[in-house]
Design a protein around this ligand. Structure first.
Ligand SMILES: [Zn+2]
Length: 197
């Protein structure tokens, strides 16, 4: 496994010191005794296709300025979060402690296991289905996944589209799983939806 700097390791409360902390109220407790063993990768941009607006953080903190864009009316009552966001610059932002259940996956199943929020860590990568991600984002994704594997018994990494097919398309066709796997030192066994492809 890749070497991990100490400040990238989640602390006992599930917070990563290297991440900028932007607490979201959108979380609750994981089921008792549930192992945290899956990582789910997403993409998000707000407004869609725009980067660096600050609106993702506002959305996850339920303080989105609805007047800023017509699209925001469609998500005004949506209460969601992810544990992490990786900005276009590769900055790591944390919204929810890894020990808690963030609301990122929705109706979903990982290899037959329902309700992926119960047992997964959600990482949003700022982007869109029709645009490449930045090299800095791959570096950060690899570093945080390596750190999570050091701390939690991670057995698999999947895209949102893998666990909610037909409903979700992210992280999308531009996400280079091979590059990510190489940088994160992730073996094919940890990528059950990519094995053999
Ligand atoms: Zn998603």
């Amino acid at each position: 496994m890749a070497d991990v700097a100490a400040d990238w390791l989640p602390d006992a409360d599930g917070w990563v010191p290297a991440a900028r902390r932007v607490p979201s109220p959108n979380f609750d407790a994981r089921p008792d005794g549930m192992p945290v063993d899956v990582v789910v990768l997403h993409n998000i941009s707000l407004p869609p296709g725009q980067f660096g607006t600050g609106d993702i953080e506002a959305f996850f903190q339920n303080r989105l300025d609805i007047a800023r864009h017509p699209f925001f009316e469609t998500i005004r009552d949506v209460r969601v979060s992810a544990h992490f966001l990786i900005t276009r610059e590769g900055e790591l932002v944390q919204f929810v402690a890894c020990t808690q259940r963030a609301w990122h996956a929705g109706q979903s199943a990982y290899c037959g296991r329902q309700r992926c929020n119960d047992f997964s860590i959600g990482i949003e990568i700022e982007g869109a289905d029709d645009q490449p991600f930045t090299l800095g984002q791959y570096d950060t994704a690899a570093r945080i996944v390596a750190a999570l594997r050091t701390t939690y018994p991670i057995t698999g990494i999947a895209g949102h589209s893998d666990i909610a097919p037909g409903r979700k398309t992210d992280p999308g066709p531009h996400f280079d799983w091979d590059r990510f796997a190489r940088l994160a030192d992730v073996t094919p066994a940890l990528l059950p939806y990519r094995r053999g492809s």
